[in-house]
Design a protein around this ligand. Sequence first.
Ligand code: OAD
Length: 262
Amino acid sequence: MEDVLVRRAAQLLGSARRVVVFTGAGISAESGVPTFRDDLTGLWARFDAARLATAEAFHADPDLVWGWYEWRRARVSRAQPNPGHLAIAAIGSRAVDSTVITQNVDDLHERAGTRGAIHLHGSLFTPRCVAAAGHPATFEDPSDGPAAQPDEGRRIPPPRCASCAALVRPGVVWFGEALPETALTGAVEAATACDVLLAVGTSGVVYPAAEIPRIAARSGATVIQVNPQPTPLDTVAAINLRGPAAEILPALVAAAWEETDG
Ligand code: OAD
């Protein structure tokens, strides 16, 4: 990683009034949460994530899909925020105005101390029933439940809604479903108004979320990308910092506020 690029990015970040941090699965990779482009491991290896994460898959085989989400929820519950999540939380306390927009369904930004993160793709921790009304539901602590064994690839029957007895489904956005309207509107507004958008650990290929950095760039913001691999956002970003988030973000945030404080 070239120091000069980090310093340029730090100057822009430290002097921005409005910052958006837009994250994808890569921010949680160093916490041990696999990204979507990683092959599924263990007994889940024979399944395709893109085919499990659909309403059709859930209706065809609810126990399989609920079991997969319970396994993911158990795994996330055991993971800890990494220095990348903590650096993003520090941006929240240093920048004049900042918004975190995430495509992730984990809660690692919140556990790192970020407040008010916008979850474009929902959350593993907000199950609801499949009925149109979508009553919120509760579930067992996975550390006590059957999903506690992460590599078992277990089928687990979903619970029934306490209000209407419909099946309970994960509170995430599945392929082909609309994004939650309030989250999407808030994300577009923040992207339109920011001076700097930091895109971290996203392949930038799943829409409409992938539009967020593009909206920021079109609205005049400087886009800074952190990713060890090239992505379609390389051409949108003014600065591409190639490397893992947990290494680059702490250095970037430290340099950003040294620049302005000192
Ligand atoms: P992906 O799995 O598509 O991409 C992960 C990105 O993280 C890749 O570009 C990696 O190069 C990068 N990466 C890996 N390790 C990293 C690290 N240590 N630091 C920084 N970057 C790293 O994940 P997303 O872009 O989040 O949608 O995927 C977008 C959406 O596609 C997901 O929210 C999900 C998925 O299908 C839904 O479920 C609706």
